[in-house]
Design a protein. Sequence first.
Length: 184
Amino acid sequence: MPCTEIQAGPCVVTQVKTTEKEGYAAIQLGYGEKREKLVTSAVKGHFKAANTTPKSKLVEFLGFEKELKTGDVVDVTLFAEGDLVDVSGVTKGKGFQGVVKRWGFGGVGSRTHGQHDRQRAPGSAGASSFPSRVWKGKKMAGRTGGENCKSQNLEVVKILADKHVILVKGAVPGPNGGYVIVEK
């Protein structure tokens, strides 16, 4: 069965937000390692309060089901085989694309009757007297990819607790080695 391998943890609880202090209840998790030299002094103080080293990625989770305190470690044992999870991340960036690749346009038409290098052109862009401009949201050439995306209801096939790895059945957004957020 083809699966996507996700390195999930260990994540450290860097802050517990409460409704009394911050106005909402959430858990802030840190993942990865970052050299102290590359971190500002404000961020150093944030991690010093949590008694942990600086992390490369910080994410907040609302309505976390486990009761946790600062410094606790969250790992893959939170998930079970057969669970359905949502995985969100940033899709692969594909750079600047024309209208045929970006929106699936068919091009201007045939190659005959005086057409020269116009097969993949977008065609006309706007009206003349009214509105005398191009409408906002017009499908034109531009940057493709690099957008937030969430794949929902992916099945957890296997958990490798010793390696902190989750095997998920389905497509996960983003490039190899990119950061994703896995939610129950």
